[in-house]
Design a protein. Structure first.
Ligand code: FE2
Ligand code: FE2
Lengths: 95, 329
């Protein structure tokens, strides 16, 4: 018997209102309805969540880890984007 | 489980020195390794093996306890045991997903368990004969698991460490419900007390074996320590477990089944008698009391449920086809 593999889903949970949804792990399910039910059973057995998102892993577009430098390096050198770059006399007070 | 997961794990790796040095520098700086980061093949292989074995242990570990759910003495105990066994299933699922981030599929992992190619912890090849065994499993087996799992929360591989944090949060209830059962029995009738002592006698030595072979006989352990997959040696963890557990047994009024067990003032810990490593290897190699039963039960569950997986997939395919048809209209 050749069985087809069951698709992989990523699970995101909002612990409570005021917080954003956070990735908690993944699971296998054939469709979105079963993915949601499984997410509830696997990841929220102790009131961990108020809201759950499930996303098919294959639908996630991710940055290429081998291009990490090209992607994120430029911001490293732009220290003028940080408040500490600017000299303000202490007399001015907190700013 | 856990430390047994490294038995035979060959961390041999063939990358050049510069690559390995850069990787080691990241590990030494306590930077987590994430799935898409460059890593030595040996690191990946070792982790897949350990995480998978850990996952299998959680799943097979449901069997000895699941067997007692219908026979729990009260509704309170039944609800607790049911929740605990469900947690263990959850632990298996968190761990399978962590292993999958390393590029192995769930189907392959399950297949390795069912074909006998992958192992699970030796402890689950012992039978749970009486209700006191359920107390002892929670107290000792989950207790030993906690000792092993707490340092794994700081494992260098991100997904494994995160899964362990979730697992550790849930384990404490497991150990407490087990100890509470033992407390009730050891404060009960003479028969109940004898039942508690008998369970301790049978589970004590196998629990010590959960930590794996002595450091001197534990191959590949150094590499796992250097890569911070492992933070303490088998003997260190075993010692911690013994030192934590002996006073708990005393509180219950039970006797450790080890005449050589005594406090060693100098090392600030208990000395213990020799572990029967022949028994350990027999069980690891498949000749424990329950190895065959456990595998039979897993295979049967997998086969009996095949139609459910097929039906769910067929339903999903049909629903998807219907949606495409509607969209095309
Ligand atoms: Fe567990
Ligand atoms: Fe547990």
């Amino acid at each position: 018997m050749t069985e087809k593999n069951t698709p992989l889903w990523e699970v995101f949970i909002r612990a409570r209102n005021g917080l954003s949804h956070k990735h908690v792990g993944s699971l296998h399910a054939v469709d979105s309805e079963m993915a949601l039910q499984a997410a509830r059973d696997v990841y929220t057995r102790r009131g961990e969540g108020q809201s759950v998102w499930v996303v098919r892993s294959s639908d996630i577009v991710a940055s290429d880890p081998s291009e990490k430098e090209v992607m994120f390096e430029p911001t490293g050198s732009k220290i003028y984007r940080h408040p500490t770059f600017y000299d303000i006399p202490e007399d001015v007070g907190h700013m | 489980m856990y430390s047994q997961g490294l038995i035979g794990a060959d961390g041999a790796t063939h990358e050049d020195a510069a690559f390995l040095e850069a990787f080691q520098a990241r590990i030494d700086a306590e930077l987590k390794i994430e799935p898409n980061d460059p890593m030595p093949a040996g690191y990946r292989k070792t982790l897949v093996r350990q995480i998978a074995q850990h996952a299998h242990s959680e799943i097979v570990g449901m069997l000895p306890e699941g067997n007692w759910i219908t026979r729990a003495p009260t509704l309170r105990r039944k609800a607790a045991l049911l929740a605990k066994v469900q947690d263990e299933g959850g632990h298996g699922l968190y761990l399978y997903s962590a292993a999958e981030t390393l590029g192995v599929s769930r189907e392959e992992l399950v297949d390795q368990l069912l074909s006998g190619k992958a192992k699970y912890s030796s402890i689950f090849n012992y039978p749970a004969i009486t209700w006191a065994d359920i107390g002892t499993i929670g107290w000792l087996v989950d207790g030993a698991a906690i000792m092993n799992q707490i340092p794994l929360c700081r494992c260098s591989f991100g997904p494994y460490a995160r899964a362990m944090i979730r697992v550790c949060k849930e384990e404490s209830f497991h150990q407490r419900q087990g100890y509470e059962i033992m407390l009730t029995l050891s404060r009960g009738s003479e028969e109940q007390k004898a039942m508690a002592q008998d369970a301790l006698n049978r589970w004590w030595w196998p629990s010590l074996m959960m930590f794996g072979p002595h450091d001197a006989d534990s191959t590949h352990s150094d590499q796992s320590m250097a890569w911070k997959i492992k933070r303490f040696t088998n003997d260190e963890l075993r010692q911690k477990f013994i030192d934590a557990t002996v006073p708990q047994a005393e509180f219950l009024g039970l006797t450790m089944p080890d005449p050589d067990m005594k406090w060693n003032e100098e090392k600030g810990g208990y000395d213990h008698g020799e572990i029967d490593w022949d028994e350990f290897w027999r069980v690891v190699k498949g000749d424990g009391i329950c190895n065959r039963d456990r595998m039979k039960a897993r295979r049967k569950a997998h086969d009996d449920n095949a139609w459910v997986r097929e039906a769910a997939l067929a339903y999903a395919d049909k629903a998807a086809a219907r949606e495409t048809a509607v969209a095309a209209e």
